[in-house]
Write a protein that binds this ligand. Structure first.
Ligand code: AGP
Length: 613
């Protein structure tokens, strides 16, 4: 996934675009570039490496003028390098493009264009777009029409911004498929285009979200939205109520640390307006769930990727335990290739922070295609997964910038707990007393999270002890088994240490051979129905010389006497325990990576949302 910014107005485009790209760097940071209209010609600066290198380049060789477009890249076709970085200019020098996604028919297009004498200067699929636009323009149609024809001809999921010296006051943009969003920001005699809201929030809160297969012709004082066949569409204008600060680091060293600590607020926000503590009832109006629908649901698939999939694995326990509906968790990249058994009584529930993950969106499409009811639990306002669902639950955590997901992991745990209660209530499978107790327990969550995060200094000590390890095992059981997977993923993706989450009960069937004094074992052993089993797991690991770090409930003397390190969490209702047990593991991964001096917010090879399959 890449970050894209466009600006049209009377100010110089460069500083506005560079600032916007800074707020999008979490989307990809292999290379960056910018192009502006300057006195009838296109000026470009671009280079491999992080945005800071582009800023240095621009400081040495300034750019003036507007409109302009900028790009920060997560490489798909063509290695990260200056020649492959965007923007790309056509052979005539009159047209320039930035792009997010994959042009699936680029080889065929490249062959056709090359046979007409077009010279390619990069290894990217993106370059075919600008040459195609020039090809159509040279055939005698306007730049805007040439852009439209180009959008219709490229295949795959793509977001494109094009500019031309022939219509220098315009940026023409299009969104085709699930390649990430296009947000058009409406200013006073200036307009903005970006991949995501944080890039333009300091300038405007009024935005339009492009839908798939739509294009926009944008000048400083006009925005025209059309289908790719030229039919004008009257867009809905949204007002964003995020505060700009929430997209900043504040006093924290990294966005990830800030977002870990923001979870007290985020958990409060995801509950806001949805819990009637007096009646002991849950309200999720955007889900559009009725008792009739609730009663006829026979199966739920939860589909997601990475951390979101592990959140879904916890959801399975919650929904099956509380609402007694069979739940199957299938990762997004497998769902549509597994020929899932979906009918009108099947729910396909997607979980996605960005709402733009291509594999998850493809799974939603498959669910729809097979006639299922498609829901989503999403953080990014206006994202594809929010818009295409029959009903959704907004995570309401505010923007999550750190590539390693934290608050967008714990919020959907609460959201699925609420969903389970609502389903059980509407299906009449829960008595008043139980329902009121489950709802009342939600009141504890923010405070329990805050208390667990207060253990950060304990975690830092453990991080110091583990900072040079070569590998690590994470073990959990029952509802906390997914936390073993999530804890391991956190460590892997930001510290580059190999870590493996495993069902603790499975260790004796082979993997226990891995344990020795060089292989620390993180045991998630809170006071839950599997506590006793985890105690014997700790004993098994210790008996083989393993170093054990236990996540345990305050006052658990048994664990205290056995483990090498203990990170304490407050006592909590077992169905809510994953929300709490994951917090020290987020902090542990963070402090190990930070101690190793790694780029916590922008880990190598990763992007915040993977909008390619
Ligand atoms: C989580 O730390 C990772 N960054 C990654 O696994 C992420 O959860 C996954 O790519 C799904 O993203 P989404 O929630 O935006 O769909």
């Amino acid at each position: 996934m890449c970050g894209i910014v466009g600006y049209l107005g009377s100010r110089d485009a460069t500083p506005i675009i560079l600032n916007g790209l800074k707020r999008l760097e979490y989307r990809g940071y292999d290379s960056a570039g910018i192009a502006v209209m300057n006195g009838g010609q296109i000026d470009v600066r671009k280079d491999a490496g992080k945005l800071s290198q582009l800023v240095d380049l621009v400081n040495k060789s300034p750019l003036n003028g507007a409109p302009g477009i900028g790009h920060t890249r997560w490489a798909t076709h063509g290695a990260p390098s200056a020649r492959n970085s965007h923007p790309h200019v056509g052979n005539s020098g009159k047209t320039v493009v930035v792009h997010n996604g994959i042009v699936e028919n680029f080889l065929e297009l490249k062959d056709e264009l090359s046979s007409e004498g077009v010279v390619f200067n990069s290894d990217t699929d993106t370059e075919t777009i600008v040459h195609l636009a020039e090809h159509h323009h040279a055939a005698g149609v306007s730049f805007t029409e040439a852009a439209r024809r180009t959008f219709k001809q490229i295949e795959g999921a793509n977001v494109v911004l094009l500019m031309s010296t022939d219509e220098p006051d315009k940026i023409v943009t299009a969104r085709i498929g699930n390649a990430g969003g296009v947000v058009i920001g409406l200013g006073e005699n200036e307009n903005y285009i970006a991949s995501d809201i944080p890039a333009i929030l300091e300038h405007t809160r009024k935005v339009i979200f492009l839908e798939s297969k739509q294009m926009a012709i944008v000048t400083r004082d006009s925005v025209r939205i059309e289908t790719l066949d030229g039919v004008e569409i009257k867009p809905e204008i949204h007002t964003i109520n995020w505060d700009a600060v929430s997209a900043e680091k504040g006093e924290y060293r990294h966005f990830m640390q800030k977002e870990i600590h923001e979870q007290v607020r985020a958990l409060t926000d995801t509950l806001a307006g949805r819990v009637d503590f007096k009646e002991g009832r849950i309200r999720l109006p955007e889900l559009k769930l009725t008792p009739e629908l609730a009663k006829r649901i026979q199966r739920i698939y939860i589909t997601a990727c990475g951390t979101a999939a592990y959140a879904g694995m916890v959801g399975k326990y919650l929904i099956e335990k509380i609402a007694r509906i069979p739940v199957e968790v299938v990762i997004g990249s497998e769902f549509r290739y597994s020929d899932p058994i979906v009918d009108e009584n099947t729910v396909v529930l997607a979980i996605s922070q960005s709402g733009e993950t291509a594999d998850t969106l493809a799974a939603m499409e498959e669910g729809k295609r097979k006639g299922g009811i498609v829901w989503s639990i999403v953080n990014a306002v206006g994202s594809q997964a929010m818009r295409v669902a029959d009903g959704y639950i907004a995570m309401q955590t505010g923007p999550e910038i750190g590539v390693a997901s934290t608050k967008a992991f714990t919020a959907p745990l609460v959201d699925q707990y609420m969903l389970a209660i609502l389903l059980a209530d509407m299906r009449g499978v829960i008595d008043d007393k139980t329902r009121k107790q489950l709802v009342s327990d939600l009141r504890l969550v923010p405070d329990l999270a805050g208390r667990a995060l207060d253990a950060e200094s304990q975690v830092e000590k453990v991080a110091q002890a583990l900072k040079d390890i070569k590998g690590c095992l994470y073990l959990g059981r029952g509802i906390n088994m997914p936390i073993a997977y999530e804890g391991a993923l956190k460590l892997k993706e930001i510290s580059y240490i190999h870590a493996e989450g495993y069902p603790a009960g499975e260790m004796k069937h082979g993997p226990i051979a891995l344990i020795d004094e060089e292989m620390p074992v993180i045991c998630i052993a809170p006071k839950d129905p599997w506590h006793e089993k985890m105690i014997s797991q700790i004993q098994q690991a210790k008996a083989r010389g393993g170093k054990v770090v236990a996540i345990a409930t305050e006052g658990d003397e048994l664990v205290k006497d056995m483990a090498d390190h203990v990170i304490w969490i407050p006592e909590c209702p077992w169905m809510l325990s994953p929300i709490i047990t994951v917090l020290p593991l987020q902090l542990l991964a963070y402090h190990i990576a930070a101690t190793r001096g790694l780029d916590v917010d922008q880990p190598r090879n990763l992007a915040k949302s993977v909008t390619v399959e």
